[in-house]
Design a protein around this ligand. Sequence first.
Ligand code: ATP
Ligand code: MG
Length: 543
Amino acid sequence: MNFIEQIIEEDIRQGKNDAKVHTRFPPEPNGYLHIGHAKSICLNFGIAKKYNGKCNLRFDDTNPVKEDTEYVDSIKEDIQWLGFQWAAEFYASDYFDQLYLWAEQLISEGLAYVDDQTQEEISKGRGVPTAPGVESPYRNRTVEENLDLFRRMRAGEFPDGSRVLRAKIDMASPNMHFRDPIMYRILHATHHRTGDKWCIYPMYDFAHGQSDSIEGITHSICTLEFEVHRPLYDWFCEALRIHHPQQIEFARLNMTNTIMSKRKMLQLVKEHHVNGWDDPRMPTICGLRRRGYTPESIRNFAETVGVAKRDNIIDVSLLEFCAREHLNKVATRTMAVLDPVKLIIDNYPDDLVEEMEAVNNPEDPEAGTRKVPFAKELWIERADFRENADKKFYRLSIDREVRLKYAYIIKCTHIVKDEAGNVTEIHCTYDPNTRSGMPDRNRKVKATIHWATVKYSKKAEVRIFDRLFAVPDPDNCEEGKTFIDNLNPDSLKIQDGWVEPDLTLEKAMKIKYFQFERLGYFYADPDSTEERLVFNKTVSLKQ
Ligand code: ATP
Ligand code: MG
């Protein structure tokens, strides 16, 4: 049980909030969700589920300039794909009327004022935490004057940035967020939902807690950077005398070799360092989905990472471990040769084609078997043959034997090279008695290798990824450099591969998750066509 669950269980025991639990996930629709958001989603929806409560989806859409419905749609898709369903869908902008009334209420009670200072003057006046700030010359305006000015701000009489509404709290507070925080700013911008109805917009601190309150949220879970905002969250709820949810902070998820910020992800997309938000190298949920991560593996990752009170950095290999663990259970096995060299079985009849029975998933007997054609000429991986093999190399070499998976034991007799010395043909003989069902089927050899027939297998495009960033902490750069300079120039490799002939577009898209035997886990990419399947390498079989 994590510390948030401990707090919640104690609240339930004491009958707080009528022993009900109501959480929310509050994304700002200004980008696609990333794995850090997945952590927050699993936490908020997970807690609601565990305690028979509810979890809302609330779009924190108070900044019209950066927000868009494209992001709203992608966020909903990603949450559902992760396996969660919100109790209700809300928008902070649904509450603009109520928030406006509350602002007038605070003005009327002498707790808010219109400030005509510039942004620079305001931040200068706030000062530094160690010394009291300076009060604004407009701080002691009358209620009437403040109400009049605020109404005229709303009516659009003033240009952007000319005035703000501030809470009148304490310019000497050691907590900088208490030094008369800004509640409203003027912004003549079209909002993706409210259009041109508003030209003043509430700040995060004047919108978030009140939105939680309106929805009857009991536990408002957020990341650690909001800890310093909590006194203000509490102050607004108290001053307005409204339902007061409890804000609880936890450490945000950080991961090695990646960045976790919508702003930076947007830069990667806009500057074409990646092929869109769902590029399989991106830490976005849609990127991970396209890479071949399953929702189960991401949920399991979130669970394994746990909930911390202090910032830490999780190694990306943990995420990969969780992917392997789940894909091993569900991925359909198939054989694919990605770096082919030709193998010719000299004593195999020229026109014979045998159907070899192959197991679809040894972890799942119900997945059954399939037939793979076998013939005289095959592709095998170049790395599975070595001309000068030492004792530790167990795979194919001249005069040595290996088993061809689901088929025969073969023995290499000789090889053919081109002028440059590259092996172009490997010749071998096979032992007909070693096929399954034959007397020598159990004869042991040191290695089994996979293969594809030259005549029947299909060519496919295979995309192989490396870390998007070459260093563990891309944000940590030398002077004058940015995280962009830490991109790994070799993070994408595209090559051809030979896959089993029965892999049609329809079948590949239905199965989606594959294990290319001995190579790794691969995902059928939506770029696939009938003529050309495309596979993304999710992760190798072992670390
Ligand atoms: P970014 O910095 O990427 O824009 P954000 O925090 O501004 O992230 P929001 O849309 O405001 O993004 O986040 C929605 C919710 O997800 C918030 O409750 C936020 O605390 C949480 N969240 C965001 N990033 C992480 C993370 N790395 N780990 C855990 N939770 C996160
Ligand atoms: Mg944010």
